[in-house]
Design a protein around this ligand. Structure first.
Ligand code: COA
Length: 131
């Protein structure tokens, strides 16, 4: 885990479901993007970059379904830094079992963000050794 680690959660509401009554993938992708952006913003904090945008979603694996009422927990962490890019992994879990709680990995995604200044790509100046 790096110092840029971020975590949050959301409940699956009825309007988050697809036709098969499981969590709609697009909703989860939006949540993943949001969680990863917190890590990207943390990386550029204190640098001359003024924004970070999503450049790529890669290797998104939907592993297991989530259902209405499930609490989806997202954990995002930095895995790689380039000159202007930041590679961030986001794992999503649901908790099941009321007595003995178990976490099930439902989705794992790798996202790439790019640091910007005045709307143009900009070196963030950070290295993994600093984290
Ligand atoms: C992201 C963006 C700034 C990249 O600009 P660009 O001039 O194409 O930049 P480059 O091709 O030189 O890439 C810049 C960096 O991003 C990485 N990158 C850019 N696009 C990428 C992609 N599709 N996949 C992987 N890496 C990518 C490059 O490897 C490079 O990394 P490095 O500086 O660490 O070596 C530009 O494509 C853009 O503005 N896209 C729209 C972003 C957006 O609107 N996102 C949704 C809302 S947040």
């Amino acid at each position: 885990m790096t110092e840029h680690f971020s975590t949050s959660s959301f409940h699956v509401f009825p309007d988050n479901l697809n036709y098969g009554n499981t969590l709609f993938g697009g909703k989860l992708l939006a949540e993943i993007d949001c969680e990863a952006s917190k890590v990207a913003k943390s990386v550029i904090y204190g640098t001359a970059a003024d924004n970070a945008v999503t450049a790529r979603f890669e290797g998104v694996d939907f592993i297991a379904p989530a259902r209405q009422g499930n609490l989806v927990i997202m954990e995002a962490d930095l895995v790689k830094l380039g000159t202007t890019s930041m590679t961030i992994k986001v794992d999503c879990y649901i908790k099941i079992g009321s007595n003995k709680e178990r976490w099930i990995l439902i989705c794992s995604a790798i996202t790439i963000f790019v640091a910007l200044k005045n709307g143009k790509k900009f070196p963030h100046g950070k290295t993994m050794e600093q984290n």
